[in-house]
Design a protein around this ligand. Structure first.
Ligand SMILES: Nc1ncnc2c1ncn2[C@@H]1O[C@H](COP(=O)(O)OP(=O)(O)O)[C@@H](O)[C@H]1O
Ligand SMILES: [Mg+2]
Length: 268
């Protein structure tokens, strides 16, 4: 486990971890071509929490799938640690919105978390140990024997997060990970990822349509809009490491940033 002090020093260094330039993506071709993203640039520094916010249908999932290597952009480059990537990369792990489809129902929770570690050549005892450690980190100590379908939606999404953490990726890519749970569970999961970011020093890139969620979580909010979508605004939140669901959202800067984003999105 990485100590919080290390996460801070990583942040202070502000090294560029992920660099996206001129990313363009469309579905279909010829007269049926549907341009979704155009000329999109993005910088992600080590240890940063970046939220990408935009309306439903703007292309957030498409963007995240391109970044994760699951889709190939039509143009542009994605660099991780200075090297151009072209396909799924071990430094990147994805947490999808639909946890019910991302976990395998025939495997226990522990097996779900341990499964991707096979690709790292880890022996079975180590895989199980790492799975249990990461389940504990997301508040699921002792729950490894349960099947996903025996758990609530919020717990299943914790399992998906534990699996991404266990993989020891440098960047967690999260696609509206809390959109399918109730409000209180959503707040708990938001606070969990803030805690994990501090404890493990992991870099997080999260897409959401929820402006409050984007602001509450992030060091930097990237607003995407228009058709095809591109970056239309970037806001450095400046709320510091400590967040509180009531106090942070009552901060006048929170209200100002929310208004700025809403205005920007309503222009379209
Ligand atoms: N596999 C696909 N084939 C064709 N069109 C798609 C595909 N996936 C998404 N789209 C279209 O791309 C647009 C952006 O979708 P998406 O990236 O899912 O947006 P968001 O995640 O912001 O809601 C939508 O108009 C959607 O219909
Ligand atoms: Mg989506």
């Amino acid at each position: 486990m990485t100590a919080p002090v290390q996460a801070d020093s990583q942040l202070a260094q502000s090294t560029l971890l992920m660099k996206v330039r001129g990313m363009t993506m469309s579905y279909g071709s010829g007269t049926a071509e549907n341009k979704i993203l155009e000329n999109l640039d993005l910088d992600v520094n080590t240890g940063e929490f970046i939220s990408i916010v935009g309306p439903s249908g703007v292309g957030k999932t498409t963007l995240l799938r391109c970044l994760s290597g699951l889709l190939h952009p039509k143009a542009g480059t994605i660099e991780v640690g200075g090297a151009i990537i072209d396909g799924p990369h071990p430094d990147l792990a994805v947490v999808f919105q639909d946890y019910s489809r991302s976990l395998m129902p025939w495997m226990t929770t522990r097996e779900n978390v341990a499964f991707p570690l096979q690709g790292k050549g880890m022996n079975k005892a180590d895989r199980i140990r790492v799975a249990e450690e990461n389940l504990a980190a997301v508040g699921l100590a002792g729950q490894g024997g349960k099947y996903p379908w025996e758990m609530s939606g919020g717990m299943q999404q914790r399992v998906a997060i534990a699996r991404a953490l266990a993989y020891n990726a440098k960047v967690l890519l999260m696609d509206e990970p809390f959109a399918s749970v109730d409000a209180q569970t959503r707040f708990d999961l938001e606070d969990l990822v803030i805690k994990l970011k501090q404890e493990f020093g992991v870099t997080i890139l999260l897409v959401t349509h929820d402006i409050d969620e984007a602001l509450y979580l992030a060091d930097k909010v990237v607003v995407i809009a228009e058709k095809p979508a591109t970056v239309v605004d970037v806001i450095v939140t400046g709320f510091g490491e400590e967040r509180d669901q009531v106090d942070t959202k009552a901060d006048p800067r929170f209200g100002e940033a929310r208004a700025r984003i809403l205005h920007r999105l309503r222009k379209n």
